[in-house]
Design a protein around this ligand. Sequence first.
Ligand code: SF4
Ligand code: SF4
Length: 372
Amino acid sequence: MIDTEALVEQFGLTACIQCGKCTGGCPVSPKSALNPRALVYQMLRGEGFELVSREELWDCTTCSTCGLRCPKGVKAVDLIIGLRGQWIESGKIPTTLRAPLTATLNQGNPLVLPREDRSLWADGLNVKNVAEGADVAMFVCCENAYDPRVQPMPRALVNLLRAAQVDFGTLGLEEQCCGSEIRRLGESGLYEYLRDDNLDKFRQAGIQKMVTTSPHCMNVFKNEYAGAGFTVEHYTQMLARLIAEGKIKFSKRMETVVTYQDPCFLGKQNGIYDEPRAVLKSIPGVKFVDMDRSRERSVCCEGGGGRMWLEGTNNKVRLANDRVAQALETGAKVLATACPFCFLTLSDAVIATGHENDLRVMDILQIANEAL
Ligand code: SF4
Ligand code: SF4
């Protein structure tokens, strides 16, 4: 039984007026017992809370819609992360999380792959190490570094940065997990270790400016690494600027209709809506159409908050499948995104719904690289 009084205090829950806007906006709530309003209510009632019977806490994607919708500034997502933390502290870790958490500690990545394989994505590219001196550090992300389905994304960014004559390097084998999803799974001790170790490495390498391929890495460095001492942007911000400055020019046309999935950690959590669209619209031949639910009203793909490694209590109804249907309604042939998690969940959804021949999921990096 957990101490609800302490959580009420820690997360400022007394401000809650039980309006239900959090649950109304929660993408997971309709298909799970997860109900942020009811969760806050139970804490306020102070009747104690049995964690082990509440498996739906692991369904949360940490999209943050609940906090953004709340008129009183209550962040139910932080309460959920806090409750997950108590669960993990008590040693009752969901089975599928054990291997990713152990591998992140021992190998620096949750994909359970060797640390020494981290740079295989860059084979043959001759990317220099940022410690040799470079204007910009490129942070690759565990998913993009190891998963062959998304390894083309950092390779495309290398091409694009070279085309724009940006002086950049990577941390090579010194790069490790940013800790974003580890923190959201409630493993705060491991997150703090990764943050401190990464900050040491960034300082030793003299990093002043960073560009990330994942919105999750960008978000944690920008908003959660206190006193990081360097500026960080997502690649869509850098590309939009390089295109506007005339440093990236596209020579090929892409005659197709493209729509765009706003990654929650880029859009909702950081307000970056215009730059990805600016990059797409600058590509010759692209006809850009937004889905009805876009920008602030966009729908989560269900890949965040550690959900890449968790089954969830109801995976029969997948949000990414709905997103594919909504993309098809626009008449788009390409569903673009700017996040490895979105790319993977949406790619799986296209196959699961039998639309491989109707809709191609592409990262903006692939689209821009193909148009160079
Ligand atoms: S939106 Fe905010 S005030 Fe309304 S029920 Fe949810 S937490 Fe409470
Ligand atoms: S973060 Fe997203 S999935 Fe989690 S409770 Fe809030 S709205 Fe629901």
